[in-house]
Design a protein around this ligand. Structure first.
Ligand code: HEM
Length: 202
């Protein structure tokens, strides 16, 4: 691949990680959080999202196509990256490596999650509070979903940091340090929202 096309693909990969995939993930966790108010509140929120006008178009253009590109190109980046944590055990190197590990884990988690929910819906199942409660009644599934949610919140929060660096928005060490703290807060807030929602089904 030429350097120039590599550059544009990297930029597109980076942008899609925030818009729309990152925004969708944050929105998805907030909708799931309605489960903490009971089955009816969750089913209403989820039906509202599922009955939006042009929902199939929205799903493909806001979720699947951007996620497929980000995921496939992400796997390529992850396996061609120079992980040098052993040589330079700095905080940023660990974040760099964890970004790749969580990305690869998310491929597995998201594929399984889509299979268990969206594909079952397409096959005629009712994807509602009761269905999620059945899935999460299995302790292995609960652990897998917690790992998936934490991987996604970490990947998104740390992704905000690297997005701002990739686009030249945070250049000075001080601005990068501030965004490190901001990304930690984003990670904590989204993790609490996501994990609380999971426990609301148990
Ligand atoms: C939950 C869904 C996902 C979200 C919200 C998300 C979001 C992001 C964001 C915001 C970035 C930062 C972009 C930048 O560095 O400029 C990023 C980077 C990255 N993502 Fe994802 N991503 C998701 C899923 C995936 C998947 C499935 C993979 C597959 C391996 C992946 C692999 C990567 C890699 C390798 C990077 C680092 C890119 C770099 O350093 O240049 N991501 N992601």
């Amino acid at each position: 691949m030429s350097r120039e096309s590599d550059f544009y693909l990297r930029r597109l990969h980076s942008l899609l990680g925030i818009i729309p995939v990152g925004l969708f993930v944050a929105q998805h966790l907030v909708i799931n959080h309605f489960a903490t108010r009971g089955p009816e509140a969750f089913n209403n929120a989820s039906n509202f999202m599922g009955n939006l006008p042009f929902v199939l178009f929205l799903e493909w253009f806001i979720i699947y196509i951007p996620l497929l590109f980000h995921g496939f190109y992400g796997v390529y980046i992850a396996f061609t990256a120079n992980n040098n944590v052993q040589r330079y055990g700095t905080f940023r190197n660990w974040m760099f490596m964890l970004q790749r590990i969580t990305g690869v884990f998310l491929v597995v988690f998201i594929a399984w999650h889509i299979y268990q929910t969206r594909i079952q819906k397409a096959l005629g199942a009712d994807v509602d509070y009761d269905m999620m409660a059945d899935i999460l009644a299995n302790p292995f599934m609960l652990a897998f979903y917690i790992a998936g949610v934490v991987a996604a919140t970490f990947h998104l929060a740390n992704g905000v940091w690297s997005f701002l660096v990739s686009w030249g928005i945070t250049q000075s060490p001080r601005s990068q340090q501030i965004v490190t703290y901001v990304s930690m807060v984003i990670f904590l807030i989204l993790t609490v929202i996501g994990v609380q929602a999971l426990f609301a089904f148990v």
